[in-house]
Design a protein around this ligand. Structure first.
Ligand code: SAM
Length: 217
């Protein structure tokens, strides 16, 4: 049974207020963040960290993304109910829960097997249903393509062409691109007729995208 006390909900409300102050304005995104108990992804000893607007280690050298980053990527993706979404980098599973709260049909892929299994078990125990895939998401996942939205939650050296190919038209890819220190958030919109619109947004700091189209083969 997941414990979500009055205190947890209070801490979550304070976090949402911080996100609003930082410019997150989509009520549906804020509402999804309000619903997902982020402390469940933390050891009890680190409760105080769960509702700070910070990334936090989850093992295997990886992190649960900062709530602000999750909110920005989700806002940029413009999720509508029923969207088929590929999330690349399951990590803790937190971003996946946010997408599920927005009523997306989620395919989430993780490179590191221990994290894949941990997230699959945790989210299932929380009552969330997604397709959990273990593999190299830098190549997307062609078996279920095309996707209405693709969200990459690790920093890529460049935009893998194969991800654009796996987008529906219309469809949208949200991907941080850059060096190891910082990456620019990039959106690629594919319009009917396969016209592409690329936009650059703010800078963030992600763990590196691994795999064939990432930093390490
Ligand atoms: N969305 C995650 C969350 O909510 O916790 C963020 C996780 S972390 C910032 C990025 C994740 O991407 C890590 O778990 C890492 O192992 C994973 N990753 C890196 N390269 C990958 C690849 N090629 N395919 C799938 N996952 C990858």
């Amino acid at each position: 049974m997941i414990e979500d006390s009055y205190r947890h909900r209070g801490m979550r409300r304070a976090l949402i207020k911080t996100l609003e102050e930082k410019g997150i304005s989509d009520p549906k995104v804020l509402n999804a963040l309000k619903k997902v108990p982020r402390h469940v992804f933390f050891d009890k000893a680190f409760l105080e960290h769960a509702y700070q607007d910070k990334a936090f280690p989850i093992g295997e050298g990886q992190t649960i993304s900062q709530p602000y980053t999750v909110a920005v990527q989700t806002e940029l993706a413009q999720i509508v109910p029923g969207d088929k979404v590929l999330e690349i980098g399951t990590g803790s599973g937190y971003q996946c829960c946010i997408l599920l709260e927005l009523e997306a049909k989620v395919y989430t892929i993780e490179y590191l097997r221990p994290l894949h299994l941990q997230a699959k078990n945790l989210l299932t125990s929380m009552g969330y249903q997604a397709h959990f895939i273990h593999g190299d998401g830098s190549k997307g996942f062609s078996a279920y393509a095309p996707y209405d939205k693709i969200i990459v939650t690790a920093g890529a050296p460049s935009v893998p062409e194969i991800l654009i190919e796996q987008l529906a038209a219309p469809g949208k890819l949200v991907i941080p691109v850059g060096g190891s220190e910082r990456q620019e958030m990039v959106t690629i919109q594919k319009l009917p007729g396969n016209k592409i619109i690329k936009k650059e947004h703010n800078y963030f700091s992600f763990v590196p995208l691994l795999g064939e189209q990432g930093w390490r083969k």
